[in-house]
Design a protein around this ligand. Structure first.
Ligand SMILES: Nc1ncnc2c1ncn2[C@@H]1O[C@H](COP(=O)(O)OP(=O)(O)O)[C@@H](O)[C@H]1O
Ligand SMILES: [Mg+2]
Length: 200
């Protein structure tokens, strides 16, 4: 079985996940991060083996948060916000690549995957705003269910110390950047702003 991956080849082989890298620097960074984060007690897939151009890790059964944006619950939102807050507190860094396929819901907890990118520092709200931008623009965008999802995530981020105004700023910045990346399916920034301002 093959997972959705834009940059790498990620497959399930004999019950384990094998991630093959185009960029070997990415492999090195991810192997290091998985060891480091799991030693700190953060929920990430246990690393099983490091090979020349691939990593082998434990398979985490569950769903990606991308698949859950129409059915988000308080429990799921709190688990994601708490995972992110733990990551930021433990590393002093931003998570950076927060597309929702990098968060898995096991039915009980949130587990983070995909640590190949170079790390960056900044305000925690940057990750939170980006997560909201992803959450509400996955098709179908801006539905009532997406509004519910965004309300739950925003409430959960506030509980872990996120400031609404800073989250809003990062959210709108990410919407602008998405419009550059996803040519042909742009989102009106004014619509995105109104949507945010209607959240609880
Ligand atoms: N340990 C794992 N357990 C379950 N699914 C995983 C695991 N690692 C990755 N996946 C799935 O594979 C997808 C791609 O893996 P990821 O590390 O995010 O690669 P990429 O850098 O290509 O995005 C993830 O979005 C997730 O759905
Ligand atoms: Mg990924």
């Amino acid at each position: 079985m093959r997972f959705i991956s834009k940059r790498n080849q990620v497959t399930l082989e004999a019950g384990e996940v094998v991630k093959r890298y185009k960029d070997l620097e990415g492999l090195r960074r991810e192997a290091w991060a998985l060891e480091y984060l799991s030693n700190l007690g953060l929920a990430v897939p246990p690393l099983l083996a490091v090979n020349e151009d691939s990593l082998r890790m434990e398979y985490i059964p569950g769903e990606t948060y991308e698949a859950l944006t129409e059915t988000m619950t308080v429990e799921m939102a709190i688990a994601l916000a708490q995972w992110l807050a733990d990551y930021q507190r433990m590393t002093g860094l931003l998570r950076g690549d927060v597309n929702l396929r990098n968060f898995l819901w096991t039915g009980q907890a949130c587990v983070g995957v995909d640590f190949e990118d170079p790390t960056i520092a900044g305000q925690g709200e940057t990750d939170m705003g980006k997560i909201l931008a992803y959450a509400v623009t996955y098709g179908p965008a801006f539905t009532v269910e997406k509004e519910q999802c965004a309300n739950l995530l925003l409430a959960a981020f506030s509980k872990t110390g996120g400031e609404r105004e800073k989250i809003r700023e990062a959210y709108l910045k990410e919407i602008g950047e998405m419009n550059h990346r996803r040519s042909g399916q742009s989102v009106e920034v004014a619509v995105a702003a109104l949507f945010f301002d209607g959240l609880k």
